[in-house]
Every structure is written in structure tokens, then in C-alpha cells.
Design a protein around this ligand. Structure first.
Ligand code: SAM
Length: 238
């Protein structure tokens, strides 16, 4: 009996030693030898990272049929924003979503719109000029840092952005620092493996993949909701 216990303990120890590093290593970066043409040649957490949508795609973000196709009105409604809230739009692009959010947090709330492309920053500045002063604050991020003040956001949203972050781990860590404890981080990603979603595969993500990557950094899963083309996955910042 004693012998069995000893063998069992050795087995558990060896299994732990072998599998421990493997599970810990699940959310690491790795180069991809034969990358997909839409990817950057690097994976994170076993997912190929996609190329960034260039600023030349700005008209697509502003297309009039976007509301019908993506039900952006439902997206905003589901965020349950209130006047006075401080909200982050990470990877804000042209500011289409930021502008919609400013209507919900007025008269005294603020939207912080962040993007990495200087051309997008210019378009955001133009949008800010047509809004009351200070309503839309703009920050240019770097590859790993969002350049936001600490613990300022009640809610942060990334609409069609996370899958194309070059450094998702560091960028999400930077976002977690900017969101208040108990605040929310919402990922909006085109649904993977859905033939009705007319989007390139590398620009889509499954709920399970988002959850795996977010929970790896300690975010607490709250819920996943469906929009017409996207999933909206909400986490609480611990
Ligand atoms: C497909 S667009 C979506 C724009 C906007 N969220 C919308 O739905 O209208 C993705 C945006 O994410 C931005 N982006 C990519 N990597 C980023 C990073 N590391 N930090 C901030 N923005 C980033 C891109 O510049 C681009 O404007």
C-alpha cells in the first residue's frame, strides 16, 4: 500500500512537472513558419495574429449600412452606458463607435479613443472638434502601451481590434491598468467558423479563444452575447 502511494505520488509529480510548463506556456508568442497571407507571421496562444486594418479602410468603418449589418445600435445598448461614465474605445479607428458612445455618457462623461495609426488619430481629432470640448479625448498608442492614465475607465471596448494587436498580452495588460478595479473590458469580435459572417478568417475569433487569452491574464468572464456578425464578450477587471 505504502509502495502504491509512493508510485502514485511520483506519477503526479512527474505529470505536474511535464504538463505544468505546457499549460503555463499556452499563452506565449511563437513564430509561424508558413504564415497565412492575412497574418503577421506570429501566433499568440495558438492563434495567428492578423495584419492591422490600414487607415485606407476608413470608409468601410463609416459605411452607412454598418448599422444594419452589424447592429451597432444593439452593441451600444448592451454596453448599458450611463451619463458621467468614463469609457475607453481601444483601436477606435475613425471614431464611429466612440461618437455613438459620447451620446450615452453626456453631459459630463468622457470617451478616451486610442489608436496606433497616426492617420486614424487625425480623423479622431476631426470628430472631437465637432463635440463639446473634452468629451472625446484622444491618445496614440505604441505597440505595447495604450498610453492611458491609470484606473481611469469604467468600461473599455475593443470593436474588431483585439485579433490584430501585435502584442495582445502587453496591450491587454496596459488596458487592465487603465480600467478601474471592478470595471469592464468588452471584446467585440466577428464570429469564427460562421459561414454567414463575410469576414476573413484571421479577422474572426471564437468566444473560447477570447476567454482563454483574457482569463490567462486574470480577467473574470462575465458573459457572451450575440450580435448579427459579432460576439460581444464581457470580462470584469479584478
Ligand atoms: C478594424 S479597425 C476597427 C476600428 C473601430 N474599432 C471600429 O469598429 O470602427 C481596427 C483598429 O485597431 C487599430 N489598432 C491595431 N493595433 C492597435 C494597437 N496596438 N493599439 C491601438 N490601436 C490598434 C487599428 O489602427 C484600427 O484603427
Amino acid at each position: 500500500m505504502k509502495h502504491t502511494n509512493f508510485s502514485l505520488r511520483v506519477f503526479i509529480l512527474l505529470t505536474g512537472l511535464l504538463l505544468g510548463p505546457l499549460s503555463w506556456a499556452a499563452c506565449n508568442y511563437a513564430p509561424i513558419p508558413n504564415p497565412h497571407p492575412d497574418g503577421i507571421g506570429k501566433s499568440y496562444c495558438d492563434r495567428q495574429i492578423s495584419k492591422v486594418m490600414g487607415w485606407q479602410g476608413a470608409p468601410w468603418l463609416e459605411r452607412p449600412q454598418r448599422l444594419q449589418e452589424e447592429r451597432t445600435d444593439l452593441l451600444i445598448q448592451k454596453l448599458n452606458l450611463k451619463p458621467g461614465m468614463v469609457v475607453g474605445d481601444i483601436g477606435a479607428g475613425t471614431g464611429h463607435i466612440s461618437t455613438m458612445m459620447t451620446e450615452r455618457i453626456s453631459p459630463d462623461g468622457v470617451v478616451w479613443a486610442v489608436d496606433i495609426q497616426p492617420q486614424m488619430i487625425k480623423m479622431l481629432q476631426k470628430k472631437a472638434e465637432s463635440l463639446p470640448k473634452g468629451r472625446l479625448q484622444i491618445r496614440q498608442s505604441s505597440e505595447k502601451n495604450l498610453n492611458l492614465p491609470d484606473r481611469i475607465l469604467d468600461v473599455a471596448i475593443m470593436v474588431d481590434v483585439y485579433h490584430e494587436l501585435e502584442y495582445p498580452r502587453e496591450t491587454l495588460q496596459s488596458l487592465m491598468k487603465a480600467v478601474k478595479k471592478g470595471g469592464k473590458i468588452v471584446f467585440v469580435e466577428y464570429r469564427a467558423f460562421d459561414p454567414d459572417v463575410p469576414i476573413k478568417a484571421l479577422h474572426t475569433m471564437s468566444v473560447a479563444q477570447v476567454q482563454k487569452e483574457a482569463e490567462d491574464l486574470g480577467l473574470k468572464y462575465e458573459k457572451a452575447e450575440s450580435l448579427s456578425w459579432q460576439n460581444m464578450i464581457t470580462f470584469i477587471n479584478p
